[in-house]
Design a protein around this ligand. Structure first.
Ligand code: ADP
Ligand code: ZN
Length: 234
């Protein structure tokens, strides 16, 4: 990425790869805005009624509670709905000249084809870096079934001997919860969605000339972070 220009980092990997954990670290270390798609989606349907929908540019309607249902089952939300929400937010951030890090977008070829040309326009292709965070399915299931998240600040608590029995968030004392999304059956659905629907994006990135770097996600959080910093500072 060119020095002095605003840039966008995209972290892609299966559920549990450590996208959120690393994005959080990166946002703290360098001046980056962490854009977490899942959070924005969840916010869109909090307090939504059955009749609430979002109408996108071509007039198509997406009912918020239908999207929530997909999400809770581990199925990727409707791509046009996600693209619409994500693009709107990214435009705001780019206009404020923010460097951004995306975790959780794009997740489908459809979203990628909507989002990437838009991002390239805003940031320039040479200022976009995709990090592929790789872990095995076994590791993904292990991590997700043990994952606890703060219900208040969403901090994903790393699973260690020390944190195993924690009930409260070490950052804000909020209550720690396990999401229904992190049940083994749901994770298996999400892993299938990843290989079937997200993985094809890498071929597309190649076609449009976006740089992708592989990161071994099966190291300690600190070592993964070191590799990510190296990849960014090339
Ligand atoms: P993602 O956003 O890719 O789904 P998270 O960052 O939420 O993944 O991490 C999933 C779970 O795995 C969390 O409980 C997190 O603390 C833990 N985790 C993340 N990175 C590592 C790592 N390198 N080693 C062990 N556990 C990790
Ligand atoms: Zn918290």
């Amino acid at each position: 990425m060119k020095k002095g220009q605003k840039f966008a980092v995209i972290i892609i990997g299966p559920p549990g790869a450590g996208k959120g954990t690393q994005a959080e670290l990166l946002a703290e270390k360098i001046n980056l805005y962490y854009f977490e798609t899942a959070r924005v989606l969840e916010k869109s349907w909090t307090n939504a009624k059955k009749s609430d929908y979002i109408e996108i540019d071509d007039g198509e309607k997406f009912y918020l509670l239908d999207e929530k249902k997909l999400f809770d089952k581990g199925i990727i939300c409707s791509p046009p709905f996600v693209s619409f929400i994500v693009k709107k937010k990214i435009k705001e951030l780019a206009e404020q000249n923010k460097n951004i890090i995306l975790a959780g977008s794009p997740r489908t070829l459809h979203e990628g084809k909507q989002l990437m040309p838009f991002l390239i326009d805003l940031y320039g292709v040479e200022n976009i870096l995709v990090l592929e965070l790789k872990i095995s399915n076994k590791q993904a299931i292990w991590r997700n079934t043990r994952r606890k998240l703060c219900s208040k600040c969403r901090y994903p608590v790393p699973f260690t001997k020390e944190t195993q029995k924690l009930k409260e968030c070490p950052k804000c004392s909020g209550k720690l919860v396990t999401r229904t999304l992190d049940k083994e059956e749901v994770i298996k659905v999400r892993l299938k969605q990843y290989t079937g629907r997200t993985y094809p994006l890498f071929k597309y990135f190649k076609e449009i000339g976006v740089i992708v770097k592989e990161i071994n996600g099966e190291q300690s959080i600190e070592d993964v972070f070191k590799d990510i910093l190296k990849a960014i500072e090339r």
